[in-house]
Design a binder for this molecule. Structure first.
Ligand SMILES: *[C@@H]1O[C@H](CO)[C@@H](O)[C@H](O)[C@H]1NC(C)=O
Ligand SMILES: *[C@@H]1O[C@H](CO)[C@@H](O)[C@H](O)[C@H]1NC(C)=O
Length: 435
């Protein structure tokens, strides 16, 4: 299913989903285009498949609506937006044969009414613009829309109020447009959503906690201007990929993050204004392969619980205020490919960590390790340590190890592997470029 051409980044997710904490059911394979450059209509939603199931699994077909869906003979109001449309798709928006002729619109049969209608919109990378290019005119007529992908256009305005009434909508990609204002709370009504990509807009204010209660697989809200303490229920998210990078979030990383241990694979807190210590609950993320908290103001010791991140490949703690020692147990993690603690105040590394430095896995430049090159000046380090306030006085934060045993037994094997391990395919980092 993943063999696609011209797509910048295609993610095939196939994973197990825990239901009721016990039973495990294969979850539908999803194809996700992050800002895809696909020129052809893709992906085709297949209504025959189960809609992506929030637990417990829903029936395969939605219950028929009382009102049959209209077969659209016109797209919503396909008056092309004014202004240049470099990709030229609006030139094709003429005549009545929308499903056959109109580029950017994808049709499919709606099962309960057995009629062909517009099921998806793919305007990715079309650079559509115009003075009044709003979503309303596109969405309001499209009652059976399953996906709306509009990466890299010039949409403005607000999200239509009735977006939650789109009974099939499961993917909404509004990334890299000109949306502004508060978080589009309207999307919280779209209960079928599994993919919500709002990155690279200028939304500001707060992210409502309810967004972490949607049954999402992917939530990208990076590169906006959200400013708030991260909601305490962040760990309720079912997202596999979570990017909060490049906003203005403040406060600590919520301890609830450990609740996402059954699902969370990659999480980016990169470049916010987060403070406090890393909660030991991060160590519960036993499936995670990417954790990036770089460029914040986090402090304290690196918690020993991180040794439980059995799958971790890319661990970035750079540009914070972590100090003293990198736990040897963390350097023994079996899957580390890139462990960056540069630009902190680490003063000591043991033999296992030194091995990782030698093999190029661990980057400790610009710390306070007097016997290594490329460190901060002594004056800089002295200043930091003499002003150091005791932080994270809860000892559990530092010493509690939530997994039954660490992975130190694998260190020899692991350190051999590190030389040859290729860079991981990090999916959520794709979200950090606008397209
Ligand atoms: C854009 O919308 C505004 C406000 O609704 C309206 O006054 C203006 O005439 C519209 N411009 C165009 C080009 O349609
Ligand atoms: C390791 O990760 C850091 C932070 O994410 C990144 O800046 C750096 O380029 C990576 N190093 C390698 C060798 O991939």
């Amino acid at each position: 299913m993943c063999g696609l051409h011209t797509i910048l980044l295609l993610i095939c997710i196939s994973h197990l989903f825990a239901i009721n904490g016990e039973a495990v059911t294969p979850r539908e394979t999803l194809e996700i285009i992050i800002g895809g450059g696909a020129a052809s209509p893709w992906p085709r939603p297949e209504y025959q498949d189960c809609p992506p199931p929030p637990p417990p699994p829903p029936p395969c077909l939605p219950t028929p609506s009382t009102q049959p869906s209209p077969t659209l003979t016109h797209p919503p109001s396909p008056k092309p937006p004014h202004g240049p449309s470099p990709a030229g798709i609006t030139k094709t928006w003429e005549g009545n044969n929308i499903c056959g002729d109109y580029k950017g619109f994808i049709c499919d049969i709606v099962p309960d009414v057995n009629q062909k209608t517009i099921s998806g919109v793919n305007f990715n990378n079309r650079n559509l613009n115009g003075p009044n290019l709003t979503l309303t005119e596109f969405l309001s007529g499209l009652k059976d829309l399953a996906f709306f992908h509009a990466n890299s256009n010039n949409f403005i305005g607000s999200i239509p109020e009735d977006i939650g009434t789109l009974r099939y909508l499961y993917e909404l990609d509004l990334s890299n447009n000109k949306f502004s204002g508060n978080f589009p709370y309207q999307v919280l009504q779209a209960k079928k959503l599994v993919f919500l990509d709002l990155r690279f807009n200028t939304f500001f204010g707060v992210v409502p906690p309810q967004v972490f209660l949607l049954g999402l697989d992917l939530l990208f809200i990076n590169n906006n201007n959200f400013k708030q303490t991260l909601p305490g229920n962040l760990g309720s998210t079912t997202a596999l990929y979570l990017s909060l990078a490049n906003n203005k979030f403040v406060g600590g990383i919520p301890r609830s993050i450990g609740q996402a241990s059954n699902t969370l694979l990659e999480v980016l807190f990169l470049n916010n204004q987060l403070t406090g210590c890393l909660p030991y609950e991060i160590g519960l993320l036993r499936k995670s392969t990417v954790l990036d908290v770089g460029f914040n103001q986090l402090t304290g010791l690196i918690p020993s619980s991180l040794q439980c991140l059995e799958k971790m490949e890319l661990l970035n703690l750079a540009h914070n205020k972590f100090y003293r020692i990198v736990p040897e147990s963390v350097c023994s993690l079996p899957n580390l490919v890139n462990f960056t603690v540069s630009y902190n105040y680490i003063s000591q590394v043991g033999p296992k960590c030194r091995k990782l430095i030698t093999s190029g896995v661990l980057d400790v430049k610009m710390n306070c390790i007097s016997y290594l090159p490329n460190q901060r000046s002594k004056a800089d380090c002295d200043r930091f340590f003499s002003n150091l306030q005791p932080s994270c006085t809860d000892k559990k934060f530092l010493t509690y190890i939530p997994c039954s045993k660490g992975y130190s037994g694998k260190q020899l094997e692991a350190s051999n592997v590190h030389w040859a391990t290729p860079a991981p395919l990090v999916r959520s980092y794709g979200a950090l470029s606008p397209h």
